[in-house]
Design a protein around this ligand. Sequence first.
Ligand code: CAA
Length: 384
Amino acid sequence: MPFELTEEQRLIKKSTREFSRKTLAATADERDRTKEYPADNLKKMGALGLMGMLVPAEYGGEDLDTVSYSLALTEVAYGCAATAVIMSVHASIVCGSLNRFGTPAQKEKYLRPLAGAEIIGSFALTEPEAGSDPAALQTTAVKEGDCYVLNGIKRFITGGATSGLFIVLARAPGSEGHKGISAFLVTPDMPGFQAGKIEDKIGIRASDTCDLIFSNCRVPAENLLGNEGDGFKIAMSGLDSGRIGIASQSLGVGMAALDAAVKYAKSRRQFGKPIAAFQGLRWMLAEMAMDVECARLLVLNAAAMKDRGEKCAAQASMAKLYASEMANRVTAQAVQIHGGYGVTKEYVVERLYRDARVFTIYEGTSQIQKIVIANDLLRDKAVG
Ligand code: CAA
């Protein structure tokens, strides 16, 4: 560890680890099969303060730092990656953006129930024709009296069928690029809001992903987040935090796969001895451990920079890029070490391998993270 964790951070890590390995891990396989949303576990996490970690105490949150949050999210992901993505979008992007850009009235109305997980928050940026290029989004918002009227379709929205609050990005008609985009606080009871069919995904199956359809959806004007035209910057700064969350999630899954591989390699015997005795396996395990450790350092570095108030978009992207690719490498190697058993539902590595697949895609693909890193490098300064 390049820096020491505080007593409080160590305690948060330990207590979340106990909760996750006992409670979340217990139902993760079953939920993967049934796609059942972890509503009960999210309630428990709300009661433990895990969903409002980054929310100020005056709005019912825990007022904790990003390092503590990242440590907790990593532990949650170790037990259940699907629960971790719900926590990440809710806490990093939705609570974070509301706290940063919301009015006191918006925070009182929405941030307080979000902090206690009475409602879960989601982020609606992606559209059928605007994925890696969100500045091309087509959903429109037209001011009519005391409402904005939204029309359009959002795609692949985490929590689309279950969340109680959405930050929705929409543009003024006729505007182009990022300048005409605004952010809105939308709840599912607003007329003209509809969730589409839930996707049948390879992994992270207990977290619902679906379209949101806005047909003349009337959003009260006071639910504009920030100023008109601020939406793209709100989304991008939300994603800076979100990427630290997804990097933490990736780290937790990598750790779980490594632990499972070590356990299996010690117990599985071939050629008269545990397979852990063979150099080929030992080197694989050593490389996996180093990969996990590199990701951990990048994740904690980005989180610590955020806590110090430093610009950390590039470091968040580095952490997300490295940790998500690591999780894919390490889960694949863990399956390999398990041999034939690794591709059966009997062993957790089968699910971890599937869960990891989306990490290099959502909240910006690996290729997009490289754009963010290169932009920072070429725009500002020398590294270091
Ligand atoms: N913070 C604040 N503002 C930022 C910013 C940041 N991190 N990054 C860029 N901006 C601002 C810029 O300053 C610029 O503003 P000005 O014109 O006033 O200077 C404006 O935004 C546009 O910046 P760029 O020209 O750099 O933007 P771009 O259109 O070239 O896009 C990009 C850059 C990095 C490719 C961006 O489009 C991107 O991140 N794409 C990926 C989108 C993504 O991650 N989607 C994930 C969907 S959400 C999800 O997956 C959640 C889930 O459910 C799990």
